[in-house]
Design a protein around this ligand. Structure first.
Ligand code: ATP
Ligand code: MG
Length: 269
């Protein structure tokens, strides 16, 4: 059986740009895995995300989803059925003139009865707290509401792999917690996720981490291992969890400190 999701020596150069956007990335994902891709601004996270779902085609190497290659236009529809992307900027996602039409847009291509489509749309609007806004124009929503709508768009399609590009940027703490909880539910559904961010605290629950700098993979491993390499992590332009930064500044970072409770415990020792 074809492997679930594979990147083989994937590189991408933007047309007319001398710089490489993404360079020789290798990756294999098992179903049900949560992978974090960490990197600074401009390191290539969004470029890699677009390569992973077939919106960009590699200039070298291959992206394979259950054996289908993003390089072949006739295979792209199979890839779009399996991989969904939540863009860094929610507005890039929107195609319809109302919130409910927006969520229905992708679902309508799924061979469902109109009653089943209605049920999916209503369930996703409720899940993301958008029911009262269903007749609003997507562009009229607040930043947080736009983020919830962009997640609802992709959630409604139940892809096997969801790519989320900086999903918590510009959200208040309540919304961040809600979204983080919903994203973690994917794993219990057997879905896979790749979460692109520069903020380690968001992805401490990841099964694997890949760090990219200037488009290249510079480190792979478990998120907890990054806590013990604060200097290097900062040099890569990745934010450490605030409690880790405080522990590091106070010199009490012999054992990993991720949250406030661990920081308080370390201070009392
Ligand atoms: N359309 C484009 N044309 C030319 N160069 C681009 C284009 N989009 C991105 N780049 C360049 O590719 C590199 C990687 O950009 P990318 O947007 O993937 O980074 P990122 O890690 O997502 O950054 P951020 O954290 O700011 O979102 C950058 O040097 C950027 O300037
Ligand atoms: Mg980006």
């Amino acid at each position: 059986m074809a492997r679930f999701f594979v990147l083989e020596e994937v590189s991408y150069c933007y047309p007319g740009s001398a710089k490489t956007g993404v360079c020789q990335v290798n990756l294999e994902l098992e179903p049900g895995t949560f992978l974090a891709v960490l990197g600074a601004n401009g390191s290539g996270k969004s470029t890699l995300a677009r390569l992973c779902c077939g919106l960009l085609k590699p200039t070298a190497g291959r992206v394979l989803v259950e054996g289908y290659s993003t390089a072949n236009d006739e295979e792209l529809r199979y890839i779009y059925q399996r991989v969904g992307i939540v863009f860094q900027h929610p507005e890039d996602q929107f195609v319809a003139s109302t919130v409910e039409r927006e969520v229905a847009f992708g679902v309508e291509n799924q061979n469902l009865s109109s009653r089943a489509i209605r049920q999916v749309v209503d369930a996703e609007l409720a899940r993301f707290g958008l029911t009262a806004l269903k007749t609003a124009h997507p562009h009229s929503l607040s930043g947080g509401e736009k983020r919830f709508l962009s997640l609802a768009d992709v959630w409604a399609l139940q892809p096997k792999l969801i790519l989320v590009d900086e999903p918590l940027a510009m959200l208040d703490p309540g919304a961040r917690e809600r979204i983080a909880r919903l994203l973690k539910e994917l794993k219990t559904n057997g879905q896979s996720m790749i979460w692109f961010t520069h903020n380690l605290a968001e992805v401490m629950a990841a099964d694997q981490v890949l760090v990219i700098a200037a488009g290249r993979v510079v480190w792979r491993g478990q998120p907890a291992a990054l806590l013990a390499m604060a200097g290097q992590v900062r040099a890569w332009g990745i934010s450490l969890p605030p409690a880790t930064q405080v522990a590091s500044a106070l010199g009490i970072d012999r054992s990993p400190v991720v949250n406030v409770d661990e920081l308080v415990a370390a201070l009392w020792k």
